[in-house]
Design a binder for this molecule. Structure first.
Ligand code: KG4
Ligand code: ZN
Length: 353
């Protein structure tokens, strides 16, 4: 079985994820419980509700991942768990489950940084992604450009100064009265297919800033003002909107998306140039996080990578969003280099880490 089996646990935000992966990179079993219903009901993540949902789901999700892998807890070589960043109440649910398993079976543990897990999972699914590479992480909570020089060695090239792109997609989708059940981003991407991306001339953020940072709050406000000026009633769900109203919303979605992605392109072009000055052997641009499943994002970033002779690599969509596999794999990258922590004390009663 490739020498070892690592269980990964993820509970940093609104998905409870677990997976068993072999140390030579085979996914044996994975399970995920999402809180999509809560998100739609409350319009965002409410920490104590999210914590309750994790607490209810964690045992089942871990058991399901182990059962699919046909593995017993005692067969594991190590337990990896996300320790941050994220909602501390939620992180604690995963961490105490991981500690319990590690304590009972005397297993080493790996504390995983959530963004590192997003950044490294591509090395599990795609061949030939060697360090150094540039990573763009685009999710609901983060907008990050990193130069990954080795496991645990990252240089930050850029971050968001306000909203992350996924958050801007979600908020814009809400403004447009879209069905948020499958997530604001996918709903907006789908509606944008019907629209004219040049119908609204939104301005591209930070065009004159000589850095790699992102800003999406202004773009969202441009959409808000455009909606007000066109007197669209976004209280009416899209499915009930008349054809004219629907076309306007599609035009807004497409125009928003065009500019949101142009901003990504600008920042990535600059980051690739900068990264290659720091380390000329960069070969890949890795794009991960929930927004990496967006087709326009992928095709535009593929274009700008090829412009400078680099390869664009993205994890498969299901591994771009939060999941247990990426945590198990990041744990394995550490484990394979001997970077683990000892099992918790046998007589431990506290669950803090
Ligand atoms: O990585 P992720 O699952 O969770 C965070 O760590 O935030 O990312 C979720 C974000 C949400 O904002 C969601 O709307 C966005 O990713 N997203 C998309 C698409 N699929 C998910 N945004 C744009 N287009 C998509 N196809
Ligand atoms: Zn994430």
């Amino acid at each position: 079985r490739g020498g070892g089996l690592v269980l990964g646990i993820e509970t940093s935000c609104d998905d409870t994820g677990a997976a068993v992966v072999t140390t030579d990179g085979r996914i044996l079993g994975e399970a995920l419980a999402s809180q999509a219903d809560l998100l739609v009901q409350w319009g965002g993540v409410v920490p104590n509700l999210a914590q309750d949902a994790h607490a209810k789901a964690i045992d089942r999700v871990v058991a399901e991942a182990l059962a699919k892998a046909n593995v017993q807890e005692g067969d594991l070589s190590a337990v990896a768990v996300t320790i941050g960043p994220g909602l501390s109440m939620c992180l604690r649910v995963g961490v105490s489950k991981a500690r319990e398993i590690a304590r009972v079976h005397r297993l080493p543990m790996v504390g995983v940084h959530h963004m590192e897990a997003h950044a490294l999972v591509v090395r599990l699914t795609e061949k030939g992604v060697e360090f150094p590479f540039v990573v763009l992480l685009v999710s609901g909570g983060h907008n990050l450009l990193l130069l990954a020089q080795d496991v645990g060695q990252y240089t930050q090239l850029g971050t968001t100064v306000d909203d992350a792109i996924g958050e801007a997609y979600d908020k814009t989708a809400r403004l447009l009265g879209l069905d948020l059940k499958r997530g604001g981003g996918p709903a907006l991407e789908q509606l944008a297919l019907e629209g004219d991306a040049n119908a609204f001339n939104f301005s591209v953020p930070m065009r004159h800033r000589q850095n790699c940072n992102f800003s999406y709050a202004g773009l969202k406000n441009q959409v808000r003002m455009a909606i007000a000026s066109k007197s669209i009633n976004a209280e009416v769900p899209l499915a009930e909107a008349d054809p004219e109203d629907r076309r306007l919303r599609a035009d807004l979605a497409a125009s928003f998306q065009r500019v949101a992605v142009l901003h990504l392109e600008d920042r990535c072009r600059r980051a690739l140039e900068w990264a290659r000055k720091i380390n000329p052997s960069v070969q890949c641009l890795v794009v991960s996080g929930g927004v990496a499943s967006n087709q326009l994002v992928r095709s535009r970033l593929n274009y700008i990578s090829q412009e400078v002779g680099l390869r664009l690599v993205c994890p498969p969509p299901r591994l771009c969003t939060d999941n247990g596999v990426m945590v198990a794999w990041a744990g394995i990258e550490h484990y394979n280099r001997g970077m683990t922590q000892p099992p918790p004390p046998i007589d431990e009663t506290s669950d803090c880490w």
